[in-house]
Design a protein around this ligand. Structure first.
Ligand code: TRP
Length: 332
């Protein structure tokens, strides 16, 4: 069975974009792959995190995965820091990757902003740690959104250089798994920017913890244009907000934008928005209830995470030992 690794940053405010773009897909993968899902706390602290928040956000991500249907018995759910092999391999990759490779990373440029002198060194080396996350398990497939493709390319470059320097075919050359519709859920206030936990406007996103009223209100107030929905997908061109809402409906309903338009084409948002709100509430309610139940018992969640980490360490330890051997590091 092929092995999947995926990571999500425990930085709070899990929203519909995280659910439809990542977590929901993971639920589907668990039957076909050996899955390792990780809350990447070491990536999170490349920018400032409040300690208490980081702890509870880490639990919240685990709770969201379990509540969404990822089975922690048959999969591995854990936080990165409990498996020290990630950080150890990342250091080795710091010595494999070239400065020129990292200089090209667009996410660093975006996150560092104008004043990159003040960005943490960790933020710069972030992609090397991500490569270590994946390769410390010799994972072959990584489900990611479009925005992480460049980092996966770097992971392939690192694997290739390591293989070339020490031994052909030691690390696998990973393949991205990119999903179909609505993997990119956009802001409810601006159909051209991604739904994001860091957007100043809470109305721009549907949080996994929003209640029924809030979800309904946010969808009702979502930005749209004045036209009715088109009959065909081509008619969504240039209508980013309409396309986003149709895409969300399709994703929640396990259908396609074409199917949604077959039902709602020609109708106005006065009809479509309430239907979307009902669907969203219906699909999210059970997950939210289960998340609340789990979050009320943090010790239970911590136990699940600990046992996930144990399983992860059992895979990572021998692989890192092999790496040490290859590069000539003396071992106990
Ligand atoms: N960088 C990813 C993101 O922000 C999170 C991540 C860290 C990741 N390590 C990973 C994703 C390994 C896939 C595989 O979305």
């Amino acid at each position: 069975m092929q092995r999947i690794f995926s990571g999500v940053q425990p930085t709070g405010n899990l929203h519909l974009g995280n659910y439809l773009g990542a977590i929901r897909n993971w639920v589907r993968l668990q039957n076909d792959y050996e899955c390792i899902f990780c809350m990447v706390d070491l990536h999170a602290i490349t920018v400032w995190q409040e300690p208490d928040q980081l702890r509870s956000n880490t639990r919240e991500v685990a709770a969201a995965m379990i509540a969404s249907g990822v089975d922690p018995e048959n999969n591995i759910i854990f936080n990165q820091s409990q498996v020290p092999q990630h950080a150890e391999l990342a250091w080795i990759f710091n010595c494999v990757a070239r400065l020129g490779w990292l200089d090209r990373m667009t996410q660093f440029k975006e996150k560092a902003g104008k004043d990159k002198e003040r960005a943490s060194v960790g933020l710069y080396a972030y992609p090397n740690l991500m490569a270590a996350d994946i390769l410390v398990y010799k994972a072959t497939h990584v489900p990611v959104g479009e925005d992480q493709k460049q980092h996966l390319e770097l992971c392939r470059d690192i694997a290739q250089k390591f293989n070339h320097d020490y031994e052909e075919d030691f690390f696998p050359i990973v393949e991205p798994l990119i999903f179909g519709e609505a993997t990119r859920v956009m802001s409810l206030r601006d159909g051209t920017s991604k739904m994001s936990k860091s957007d100043a406007s809470d109305a721009s996103r549907i949080n996994m913890t929003d209640d029924v009223d809030t979800i309904t209100k946010k969808i009702r107030r979502a930005r749209t244009d004045a036209e009715p929905l088109p009959m065909e997908v081509a008619g969504l061109k240039g209508r980013a907000e309409a396309a986003n809402l149709v895409g969300i409906y399709a994703a929640l309903n396990d259908s396609s934008s074409a199917q949604v338009l077959a039902e709602f084409g020609g109708q106005g948002f006065g009809v479509f928005k309430p239907a979307l709100a009902d669907l969203a509430v219906d699909k999210l309610a059970t997950i939210q209830d289960e998340m609340r139940r789990l979050m009320a018992d943090p010790a239970h969640v911590d136990g699940i995470i600990r046992s996930g980490a144990e399983k992860a360490r059992a895979i990572a330890e021998p692989i890192l030992r092999e790496v040490h051997n290859k590069i000539g590091i003396l071992q106990p």
